[in-house]
Design a protein around this ligand. Structure first.
Ligand code: 13P
Length: 273
């Protein structure tokens, strides 16, 4: 079975107290979901709230036990160097040092506002894997690219660049998130069937690159205005293995139904519904 993953990207929201309240509310809510096959749940607060989030997760795991076994804390970005004179940056080893397991790489907002490129996404993906972090590698086309009929070409290029120099065993450890830029924070959802088509194309692109079926085991998530009202249809698609959620991850009452929507939705590897 492929893993189902519901990840919350909090972006630049929530101070310490708000972060603590949100992570506690989400995890307490998850602890009530006993008996469900829960997805992996990854909460990604701002850097300054990461130690607090990691500690809160640890203490709630001690309180509730196994039911929170699939909950993780991740970062929204990192640098690819191990250390050095890179003012303002955070190294991969600093994330694992506080118990983090996941990191979002190449989010479109980083590509758009912080000069992230396909080349830096590749360096960060390799650095994440070298540090035993699961990279959630984001790809997605802009509205202009979609309207010019370039979606598939852009996505294929982003995927191929991100994976350069990764061997088959390394690529098997990544997660890909397809986030059409025009659907992020706009309330404009990409049709589930179209999102599924692109997620499937991502999987096929990886399989072609490696001349194997390695991608049949790689979770491909969808992101872009995911809400409690959209998740069920999205999770019914053959090649969507979860969601990377922005706005709707900022309130437990929105995020918990999305997590529930991902429960029991693991797909058989290689199945094509
Ligand atoms: P929204 O869910 O707010 O559209 O954001 C999606 C996103 O960018 C998650 O990384």
């Amino acid at each position: 079975m492929r893993k189902t993953i519901i990840a919350g990207n909090w972006k630049m929201h929530k101070n310490q107290a708000e972060s603590k309240a949100l992570i506690t509310a989400v995890l307490e809510g998850v602890s009530q979901m006993k008996g469900e096959t829960l997805p992996d749940i990854v909460l990604c607060p701002v850097f300054l709230s990461l130690p607090l989030a990691a500690e809160t997760l640890k203490s709630l795991k001690e309180k509730h036990g196994e039911v929170l076994n699939t909950c993780y804390v991740g970062a929204q970005n990192m640098d690819y160097h191990e250390s050095g004179a890179f003012t303002g940056e955070i190294a991969p080893g600093m994330l694992t040092d506080i118990g983090l397991t996941h990191v979002i790489i190449g989010h479109s907002e980083r590509r758009q506002y912080f000069a992230e490129t396909n080349a830096s996404v590749n360096l960060k993906t390799r650095a994440a894997l070298a540090n035993k972090l699961v990279p959630i590698v984001c790809v997605g086309e802009t509205l202009d690219e979609r309207e010019a009929g370039l979606t598939d070409q852009v996505i294929r290029r982003q995927v191929a660049s991100a994976l350069e120099e990764l061997d088959k065993d390394q690529v098997a450890k990544i997660v890909v998130a397809y986030e059409p830029v025009w659907a992020i924070g706009t309330g404009k959802n990409c049709e589930s069937t179209e999102a599924n088509r692109v997620c499937k194309m991502i999987r096929e692109t990886i399989n072609e690159l490696y001349a194997t079926n390695v991608a049949d085991a790689i979770p491909v998530l969808y992101g872009g205005s995911v809400k409690p009202s959209t998740i069920v249809e999205q999770m019914e698609q053959s090649d969507i293995d979860g969601a990377l959620v922005g706005g709707a991850s900022l309130k437990a009452e929105d995020f918990l139904p999305i997590i529930k929507g991902g429960a029991g939705r693991s797909k058989l590897m290689g199945t094509r519904a």
